[in-house]
Design a protein around this ligand. Structure first.
Ligand code: BGC
Length: 514
């Protein structure tokens, strides 16, 4: 999930000394527990919302509908309250990530992460002990605040402590932990579904484990040198930099941090800067990468895989087992992207994935359209074919739009708008995740198999967008993006020329541009 490139103004890995010290690894692993927290949440709700004990207690209408033999296959889970259970988390994360971006600067990354784990734990307690729907939803909202704080602070933290030459790898480590979190949640659900009547409480309660590790761990880990300098504590920043790099020879890197902080301080309103014409290309890419990432339909699978598989006729554990399989494919394919992203490039991965996702979505749509009517089950053979198609779809997402949806927005902004620009990426992700989570079950009820053609149509749009408008950023140092990428792109260069700069300056100085 989110990756973040820190404004340090230098991307030549040779120039800074700094190895991967044990302390950096320890800090990274502890911080990445936030990725597990987030992933666990993504993966857990689908299994829980398909458990009978849970439905009977909180959503009796859905429970009755699910067991009515004559009930329409596609509609049995269509319930706004049930969807709100899943989606409320993302709305809370959307709102709280704005506040988290402020606390990150004012109180530091470490404190923001600690706050994340505390909110998260409070949410876990309410969820695991829930007696009514209100407790359940308030718990989800607190989890969402935890996710918002965590997702804003942790990727930033990881990138700031990483030695420059390992920064890309550490970025994708966060997404990898998200996928591992999803997988663990699927496995937990697979077992707890057989514990009656409180298996769902165990599922929701286990989310506390990564949160406790993050909280206890955050007492041990360091604050980042950048954050210390940013908050006017340069001596501590220098000391900490020496400690995490395992070297006394850190002066150049420290100077870069100090310069970057000074440059950032001079920009009084990064958000206003972002509205300039010359920032338009990066802003459009950052927002649309997230919108498209969600309109691949991935979270229809991640949140509702067990529900979806039950819709096709799998029994409870059969559907959870299938979710475990797709979760494993998700993890393994994310590892593939770690190795390929800097070799074959971003565009190649995005385009290959569009073709594979398109083919699998259309095939699933056709099978469901032809063979899954309102009240039958798919034959076992066809159901297995659908699971294989879902795996092909998830694999291609996981080595492309999953990690790159975060990586590309984080590496294309120039220094002065990077933090504010990345905030737009995080919040767009949360907003569209919320929309999909809230709407998917109703869409499935109304559009039936057509839902897969709906996502397929989006994939065509994003494929065209990739071909024409996403520039290749492989191996380009982040501070050379402007010259080597934007100013050379056939379309985006129109926003980068001298005229554009002049227009920006005119707007800033209040001069009419007519
Ligand atoms: C997306 C999540 C998604 C996850 C699946 C992330 O990049 O932002 O919405 O659930 O990938 O692995």
């Amino acid at each position: 999930m989110p990756s973040f490139v820190v404004p340090n103004g230098n991307d030549n890995p040779q120039e800074f000394e700094g190895k991967m010290t044990f302390y950096v690894i320890l800090c990274a692993v502890i911080a990445a527990m936030g990725g597990l927290m987030f992933g666990y949440d993504i993966g857990i709700s689908g299994g829980v919302t398909s458990m009978d004990d849970f439905l009977e207690k909180f959503f009796p209408v859905v429970y009755i509908r699910k067991h009515q033999v004559k009930e329409n296959n596609y509609c049995k889970y269509d319930n706004q309250g049930l969807q709100l259970f899943t989606s409320s988390l993302y709305l809370a994360a959307l709102v709280s990530s704005f506040f988290a971006s402020k606390t990150c600067s004012r109180f530091g990354r470490k404190r923001t992460m600690q706050a994340a784990s505390v909110f998260f734990l409070a949410g876990v307690v309410l969820n695991a002990a829930a007696q009514d729907l209100a407790m359940l939803i308030i718990g989800r909202i607190l989890l969402g605040v935890g996710v918002g704080f965590g997702n804003q602070a942790i990727p930033l933290f990881l990138s700031e402590i990483a030695p420059v030459k390992y920064r890309g790898g550490l970025n994708i480590l966060f997404q990898l932990l998200v996928t591992i979190g999803i997988l663990i949640a699927n496995i937990v659900n697979y077992y707890t579904t057989n514990f009656h009547p409180s298996g769902w409480r165990l599922s929701l309660g286990f989310a506390g484990v990564p949160a406790i590790i993050l909280f206890v761990g955050s007492l041990i880990i360091t604050e980042t040198p950048t954050s210390l300098v940013e908050r006017q504590r340069p001596d501590e920043g220098l000391k900490m930099l020496k400690k995490i790099r395992g070297s006394e020879n850190v002066d150049r890197e420290f100077d870069e941090i100090v310069n970057a902080c000074e440059a950032a301080r001079r920009i009084t309103s990064p958000f206003r800067n972002l509205m300039k014409r010359s920032s338009r290309p990066q802003l459009v890419i950052a927002i649309l990468m997230q919108v498209f990432q969600q309109f691949t339909g991935i979270n229809a699978i991640m949140f509702y895989a067990p529900v979806l598989f039950q819709t096709m006729g799998f029994k409870n554990d059969g559907s959870l087992l299938s979710a475990v399989i797709t979760g494993s494919v998700n993890v393994l394919s994310t590892v593939v992207s770690v190795f390929l992203v800097d070799r074959v490039g971003r565009k190649a991965l995005l385009l290959q994935a569009c073709v594979q996702m398109l083919a699998s979505q259309i095939a699933i749509g056709i099978i469901l359209q032809l063979f899954l009517k309102t009240s039958n089950n798919l034959s076992p053979h066809l159901a297995i074919v659908v699971v294989i198609l879902v795996c092909l779809y998830v694999a291609s997402f996981a080595w492309s739009w999953g990690p790159l949806g975060w990586l590309i927005p984080s590496e294309t902004f120039p220094l002065e708008t990077r933090t504010a620009g990345f905030f737009f990426a995080v919040s767009s992700n949360m907003l569209f995740t919320f929309l999909i989570a809230q709407a998917f079950l109703s869409m499935m009820c109304h559009m039936r198999a057509g839902i897969f053609f709906f996502f397929a149509a989006w994939i065509v749009i994003m494929g065209l967008f990739t071909v024409f408008l996403i520039p290749e950023t492989k191996n380009v140092p982040i501070d050379e993006m402007m010259e080597r990428v934007w100013k050379k792109h056939w379309y985006w260069k129109n926003y980068m020329d001298a005229d554009a700069e002049q227009k920006d300056n005119n707007i800033e100085n209040g001069v009419s541009s007519s």
